[in-house]
Design a protein around this ligand. Structure first.
Ligand SMILES: Cc1cc2nc3c(=O)[nH]c(=O)nc-3n(C[C@H](O)[C@H](O)[C@H](O)COP(=O)(O)OP(=O)(O)OC[C@H]3O[C@@H](n4cnc5c(N)ncnc54)[C@H](O)[C@@H]3O)c2cc1C
Length: 348
C-alpha cells in the first residue's frame, strides 16, 4: 500500500476545486483496498472512496482522513449465445469500457458513451443518459462491506436502482466499496435511439444506425453541450448536471403547470411511475434568471448547458456554493420547487 500525505484533490476532480486529502492511497487490488480500509479503521480516520472525481464538490478544507482511490482495472468477458457478461474492475474508465463493448458489437450501454468517471461510479448514482441507465444492464456488483469486511456479490435487485439513486448513495451510503461491476449486454443488439436528440441526429438516414454510429452521435451531441471532457473547453470544468430533474407529485406538477401557463410558458416534463412527473431542472434554472453563460466572479453557468455550474478558473468550493444557493433560492421563489444537487459534497 502506497500511503501518501497531503495530496491536493482539486486536480483529481473535473470541477477542480477544494483542498487536500490528509492521507491518500490508490488501491489497485482487493487486497490493497482491504489494507487501506484496515489502516483507516484502526486509526478511526474518516474515509472517502474516490473514483474518477467527476461527480464531486470537495470543500476548501479538503478531507481530514483517508481518501481511497479505487484503481482496480481489467475487463473480463463471458459469452453465452448472444448474451455477453462483462466483469469490469471498478477503477476502469467508464467510457473506455463503453468503447470496448461497442467494438465487441454489444448493445446496452452505447447511449452512455462519453460520461466521465469510473465503472465503480456507475452503480452509485445509477448513471444514465439518452434513455439508458446503468441499472438496466448491471447484473452483479462485487463490493467490500466495511461494516464486517466481507466481500458481497449483489444482484441488481439488491442495489435499489431508480432515477440517479441506488442503495450506495442513499440507504447504505458509505458502507460498500465497489470492487467490480458486471454488465450483461446483447451481442448484435440494436442500438437505442429513443431520445429526441438522437432521433433528430439520425432523421433522414436510409439505414438504422449501428452501435458505433450511435456512440459517435452521443459523443458529438455531448461535446456540443460541454458534457464530454474536452481539453481546452472551459465549460467542461464542471461536475456535469449540478441539479437533478425534480420528481413531482401530480398535484405539485399541476400547480407548476398552472404557474407556467399563467406566464405563457410550457415546462418540459417526462412521465414517471405512479403518476409522478419529472420536470426539467434546466428549464427551471433558465426561467429563474440564470441564462447559459451567466457569471458570478470565478464561477458561472456553462455557455452550452444550463445545468452545469462551471469553474471559470481559480474558483473555490465556497464560490460554487454561493452560486448553488443563489440558484436554489431563486427557483424556490419563482416556481416553488426545491432543486436537489446531483454531485456529492466532500468534507463539508
Ligand atoms: C462533463 C460531465 C458530464 C456528466 N454527464 C453525466 C450523465 O450524462 N449522466 C450521469 O448520470 N452522470 C453524469 N455525470 C456525473 C458523473 O460523471 C457520474 O456520476 C459518474 O458515474 C461518477 O463516477 P466517478 O467515478 O467520477 O465518481 P466520483 O465522482 O469519484 O464519486 C462519486 C460518488 O461515488 C462514490 N464512488 C465512486 N467510486 C466508488 C467505488 N468504487 N465504490 C464506492 N463508492 C464509489 C464516491 O464515494 C462518491 O460518493 C457527468 C459529469 C461530468 C463532469
Amino acid at each position: 500500500m502506497n500511503l501518501q500525505e497531503d495530496i491536493p484533490l482539486a486536480p483529481l476532480t473535473t470541477l477542480q476545486v477544494g483542498g487536500a486529502a490528509r492521507y491518500f492511497v490508490e488501491a489497485t487490488t482487493e487486497t490493497e483496498v482491504r489494507e487501506a480500509v484496515d489502516w483507516a479503521l484502526l486509526r478511526e480516520y474518516p474515509m472517502f472512496v474516490l473514483g474518477g472525481g467527476s461527480n464531486l464538490v470537495v470543500s476548501d478544507a479538503g478531507w481530514p482522513g483517508l481518501v481511497l482511490k479505487i484503481g482496480i482495472v481489467g475487463i473480463e468477458e463471458h459469452v453465452q449465445q448472444d448474451r455477453v457478461r462483462f466483469n469490469v474492475g471498478a477503477g476502469e474508465d467508464w467510457d473506455h469500457f463503453v468503447a470496448h463493448a461497442v467494438a465487441r458489437n454489444c448493445a446496452g450501454v452505447e447511449c452512455m458513451s462519453g460520461i466521465p468517471g469510473s465503472v465503480g461510479g456507475t452503480p452509485v448514482q445509477n448513471v444514465g443518459a439518452y434513455g439508458q441507465e446503468a441499472g438496466d444492464t448491471i447484473c452483479r456488483v462485487l463490493a467490500l462491506d466495511v461494516e464486517d469486511m466481507q466481500t458481497r456479490e449483489m444482484a441488481a435487485e439488491d442495489c435499489g436502482f431508480s432515477y440517479r439513486t441506488s442503495i450506495f448513495n442513499s440507504t447504505h451510503r458509505g458502507r460498500y466499496i465497489i470492487l467490480r461491476v458486471a454488465y450483461e449486454l446483447t451481442m448484435g443488439g440494436s442500438p437505442s435511439i429513443r431520445y429526441a436528440d438522437l432521433q433528430r441526429y439520425f432523421a433522414g438516414w436510409a439505414q438504422p444506425p449501428s452501435l458505433v454510429q450511435v456512440r459517435d452521435a452521443v459523443r458529438t451531441i455531448r461535446a456540443g453541450k460541454a458534457m464530454l471532457i474536452t481539453a481546452g473547453d472551459e465549460d467542461c470544468r464542471s461536475a456535469g448536471s449540478f441539479f437533478k430533474n425534480p420528481v413531482l407529485s401530480e398535484s405539485e406538477y399541476q400547480s407548476l403547470v398552472a404557474e407556467a401557463t399563467s406566464r405563457g410558458l410550457q415546462i418540459p416534463s417526462y412521465p414517471m411511475v405512479s403518476s409522478q412527473k419529472k420536470v426539467s431542472a434546466a428549464w427551471l434554472v433558465e426561467h429563474s434568471g440564470f441564462a447559459k453563460g451567466f457569471n458570478l466572479g470565478r464561477v458561472g453557468i456553462s455557455r452550452k448547458h444550463a445545468l452545469a455550474i462551471v469553474n471559470r478558473g481559480g474558483a473555490t468550493a465556497a464560490d460554487i456554493f454561493e452560486l448553488k444557493y443563489m440558484i436554489e433560492q431563486r427557483v424556490r421563489e419563482q416556481w416553488g420547487v426545491q432543486l436537489m444537487p446531483e454531485p456529492v459534497f466532500v468534507g463539508f
